[in-house]
Design a protein around this ligand. Structure first.
Ligand code: GLC
Length: 564
């Protein structure tokens, strides 16, 4: 699902709201804050693993925890700091784990709590942090809480979910829609009431207004933190509360131009009563206080909102909220040097003004593979951008070897978002969730030879895989490692200030990172033609695999990092 339904690129990227004075004063602020030590979630890279697709260890065609544990040395070799696992909790898997039936147990398809403990121990031994995917907005309809709520209006758990009587004409309570198409309400025939679900009918929304719900969900966080978990990615955190009046949402006049991620029907409304409500901010503050009961933990929130509504989710020093509100703009904006530059300038300044640490994302399990999106020629430009901008990068598994969308034939499609929206070619998320390509052998090293993986492997896994790329110094994998090594060797790339440069070309985005007098410049050519640039100093890395003189023209689609 791309929960970005009704917000167009223009709304994500409104005309500059930040004056040059703001930018100047925030630059000073950023220089002061650099003197403090950075936390792991500021200096490190987060690596997202989709557990079903990383490594199958028991030959059932689905990835699992022992499989991930066995691959952790590879993860550590990438130079990343943390692994974020998409949900591994007990689930009927109707939304592949984003429908949780027991928040404090592991689904048998993935393994056991003991195997989870072993994964955490091995990660920590390798110096990696472990982040889990916390899904607070909704449970599975199989969850014991919902089953109890279904027993009737008098049930102690009834108010843990969101119920409404039918409209006076006997129909739906209002016009709210599910992200996956169709109404956001399903009738419980036994009681004659409807329950709310922003996703599948089998994903009923929890009622976060109820303090008992909040207490129970906060205990889930404590359960995992006590088990050694270092952080959480919080699923659809901006959807926690709904307006209590349950009014119809207005039509979106720009619906046809504003479909992002294939959610055509959901995009027909403006979600002013179901998203980003003031109460949600209160609940996130409360959630943060729970995280802060433990040392050095963090949370990153899934939030698809424009900058002015996104950054407030960082909270204030007195009342902090999420450590990182996910910034999805590299996914949402057109791949164009000027557009990206303007956004990076505004985001950097606005983050400083808000006292927030920036972060960048190119891909996840809900979005098409970025190599497919920007095109193979621009792949290394995008990868360089992600790993050299100021802020925490998040990397989606397989992007380090240049995995692309895998066409999934209709009979193999399993994602409910795609199956429920057959008229929307972009709604299905199977193409970006296919098994990791480890080697050229049958099963790609993901699963046993002869076992059918839960989603098809790409046709070209014999060429595009970890084993082949390990042996090729010029491979995408080794380019990725060169970038992460550079981050380790050049503190300016991690903690340094950011300032964009006038490259002299509309299709070249250039910027500098500076820390304690150490200055690096990054040059990104968004076009296939050579461009003369005014770089000086020493080239540290080029996407072409050589070290051209800094002042030599930037070749087509070249990314270059220069010292000095
Ligand atoms: C988030 C997840 C997505 C899931 C949805 C419902 O957007 O990233 O995969 O389908 O929430 O939980």
């Amino acid at each position: 699902m791309n929960p970005v339904s009704s917000i167009s690129y223009k709304k994500y990227f409104p005309a500059s709201q930040f004056s040059s004075e703001t930018i100047q004063s925030t630059l000073n602020l950023s220089m002061t804050s650099l003197q403090g030590e950075l936390k792991w979630w500021q200096s490190g890279i987060i690596y997202q693993i989709y557990p079903r697709s990383y490594q199958d260890s028991n030959g059932d065609g689905v990835g699992d925890l022992p499989g991930i544990t066995a691959r952790l040395p590879y993860v550590a070799s990438l130079g990343v700091q943390a692994v974020w696992l998409s949900p591994i909790f007990k689930s009927p898997m109707r939304d592949f784990g984003y429908d949780v039936a027991d928040y404090c147990d592991i689904d048998p398809v993935f393994g056991t709590l003991e195997q989870f403990d072993a994964l955490v121990a091995e990660a920590h031994r390798l110096g990696l942090k472990v982040m889990l995917d916390y899904v607070p907005n909704h449970t599975s309809s199989d969850h014991a809480w919902f089953q109890e709520a279904l027993t009737g209006k008098a049930s102690a758990k009834r108010d843990w979910y969101v119920w409404r009587d039918p409209a006076p004409d006997g129909g739906l309570p209002n016009n709210w829609k599910s992200f996956f198409g169709g109404p956001a309400w399903t009738l419980d025939e036994a009681s004659g009431q409807y329950y709310l679900h922003q996703f599948l009918p089998s994903q009923p929304d929890l009622n976060w207004r109820n303090p008992d719900v909040r207490a129970a969900m906060f205990d889930v966080l404590r359960f995992w933190m006590r088990r050694g978990v270092d952080g959480f990615r919080v699923d659809v955190i901006w959807l926690l509360a709904e307006d209590e009046r349950f009014l119809d949402e207005p039509e979106n006049p720009d619906a046809d131009r504003e479909v992002v991620g294939g959610q055509i029907e959901h995009s027909t409304l403006l979600h002013i009563y179901t998203q980003d409500q003031p109460e949600t901010h209160d609940y996130v503050r409360e959630m943060r206080r729970v995280i802060d009961e433990f040392d050095d933990r963090m949370m990153v929130g899934e939030i698809y909102l424009p900058l002015d509504k996104l950054l407030p989710y960082s909270g204030t020093p007195e009342a902090p909220m999420v450590h990182l509100p996910f910034n999805f703009h590299l996914i949402l904006l057109p791949w164009d040097a000027q557009t990206i530059r303007q956004f990076a300038d505004e985001y950097d300044a606005a983050s400083n003004a808000a006292g927030a640490w920036p972060n960048w994302v190119l891909g996840n399990h809900d979005q098409h593979r970025f190599k497919t999106r920007v095109g193979a020629a621009q792949y290394r430009v995008a990868q360089t951008l992600l790993l050299t901008l100021r802020g925490t990068p998040t990397v989606y598994y397989g992007d380090e070897i240049g995995m692309e969308n895998v066409p999934v034939p209709p009979e193999k499609m399993v994602d409910p978002s795609g199956l429920q929206q057959p008229d929307s070619p972009d709604a299905g998320r199977d193409p970006e969730r296919t098994p990791m390509q480890w080697e050229a052998a049958p099963g790609a090293g993901f699963t046993a030879a002869g076992t059918e993986p839960w989603l098809p492997l790409t046709d070209n896994f014999a060429q595009v895989n970890v084993q082949v790329q390990e042996q090729d110094s010029q491979s995408d994998l080794n380019y990725f490692r060169a970038l992460t090594r550079l981050r380790q060797e050049q503190p300016a790339l991690v903690g340094g200030s950011y300032r964009s440069l006038d490259s002299g070309h509309a299709d070249v985005f250039a910027f500098e990172r500076e820390l304690n007098g150490e200055r690096l410049t990054v040059w990104l050519n968004f076009r296939g033609e050579e461009r003369a640039v005014a770089a000086t100093g020493q080239t540290l890395l080029s996407s072409r695999g050589d070290q051209p003189a800094a002042q030599s023209p930037l070749r087509g689609h070249e990314a270059r990092v220069v010292l000095g």
